[in-house]
Design a protein. Sequence first.
Lengths: 378, 313
Amino acid sequence: MKAQQRGSTVTETTTIPAVSVRDVDCVFGTHKAVDGASFDLHKGRFLTILGPSGSGKTTLLRMIAGFERPTRGAISINGVPVGAAPPHKRAIGMVFQRLALFPHMSAEENIAFPLIMRRFDARTIPDRVARYLDLVQLGPFARRRIHELSGGQQQRVAIARALVFEPDLLLLDEPLAALDRKLREEMQLEFRRIQHELGVTTINVTHDQREALVVSDEVIVMDKGRIQQMAPPTETYRAPANSFVAGFIGVTNLIPATLLTANGSAVRVATPAGEWPGTWQGQTVPAPGDGVTLAIRAEKLRFAPKDTALAGVDHSCSATVADLIFEGERVVYEFSLERAPNRTIRIIDANPAEHSLLARGAHVTLGFSAKDMLVFPT
Amino acid sequence: MRPTTSRYPLIWRVLDGLEAAAARLWPRRFTRATPVLMLAPSLLLVLLLVIGLVELGDSSLRELDTSTFRLSATWTGANYLKIATSGLYWTVIWKSLFGALVVTALSLILAFPYAYMMVRTRSGLLRKLLLVALFLPFFIGQVVRAYGWLIILGNQGVVNDLLGLVGVAPVRLLYNYPAVLFGLVQYMLPFAVLMLAPALTAIPAELEAAAASLGANWVKTLTRVVLPLARPGLIGAGLVVLTLTLTDFAMPAILGGGSQDFIANAIYDQFFRTSDQGLGSALALVLVAIGSLLVGAVFTLFGAGTLAMGRQR
């Protein structure tokens, strides 16, 4: 407690990150769940840790919350190393995967719980609980038992309970995973609204790439215990650091290939469907003969009926429609390349009215620009 | 073409045959009576008990004629009067009741951490060990276990031998009230743990993590979250231990050595030593009444719903 007060009296708080993770490992037996994670998060930012299951994202979050201890490395909150401090000695609000609301208490009793535990002045508690009930628009439901509330209302109680004691940090452990899509998207916007309103530093863990892009100021992509990239959502999407990030976010076609020539970042690669131009994304200068991975976003490819010219493309090839998935606002086509029939390429047509829907088996010409064809070291 | 049935496993065909036979015996239109049919065995059992109770009630109202050793032909309240006015029976009743309450409290206090550890431990090996240690006493009857305590706690027992090594004179550890309660707690512990474990399993571990992140230390987490949610299990376990202890016979008989009788021992004496069937029946009915009142009191205090029956929580 003393240490926290010291931390908050430092004048230049803006330069001290709200959360600082340095070279953190977490080993369970022989399994390295988190491997050399380092990042800084500044006050008031909304960070999402995105990754497939087993990528170590939840372990990283649980270490920040104090439920797991790093095998190596250090975690600081507001510049103060938290080391072995147990969860109840940290000022961290957490919304759990299955919410973990107390079933034997009403909504307002749940929200008052952290205030009582953290010895807030008893006279201020009812006002504060009422204020946070209003914040999550649950005023009329204060007296309801948890099982008398809908899924969305329970989410709101969990958020209010995690925020009511004004924690330094809010942690969200995939609380939206169990909701249906419509409610999930509604709650994503709700999280963002509340986070903007209170300005609380937030770390969210999810495997839903859409959620990461929608809610966050920054996105960390994790795989196999390692941080692959930390960047704002637009950058994560437009300039993925490696082929894993490129493949994990968005609908991306990944094609193995071999490098032929490199001229600065302009490269030419040999693919199963012939020689294609691309743009080199690696840090080091590539050598001809290196194995590489091509990544191209499904919406960056263009197509036209066969023998129709595609203007402004660097390369084109022939293909046939293998399948088409009508999703309402967009159509996802799967094309099989003429020169490599086993390799399908997905293309999103976000404006289906422009084209008449193509039938399966129709012959088309595909085209793309070299700048959209990202080439990563394998 | 009709598919050949011979490919299906034999057990399927046997079950199909049984199903067909059942359908013939109990046609579909009888379906609404099925619940009644299923209740029939237990109803029969209760009916037999009721007959026994009526019989007991009848004999309890007949006084033993000590000259003829026959029960009186007319009804009289003499047996109940004897129980009410005799200091001996009040002592026996008080000892049973107080003992049952103490044993229940101690068993719950000891069983809770055991059950909690068994449910929450991450180590599969520890869980198995705890389970085996829990079930082992069930394979050893109550009488054998009580006899074991005689060997350990007797005047020439292991404990007194060890005390003798450090120069302490033999202490009388047996044939007193604490020895009986000790034996009963040891006997009841597995029942309490078995009743508590499912109740604790039903409490998600995430709730305890949540309490910690909200600022509760382990004591607060226990008193504010775990114990309130474990209440149905605690009440269920408490009721089982309470009624089993109240009616126990072997522990007071063996570890009390005849000096620490519970009601059941008094009843036994009347039936098989004094052959006063009337007084024995009256004592038995008093025991039934005390037990029913206690269970009734728990239900009124906490509601039958707390046993996870009735309305969904």
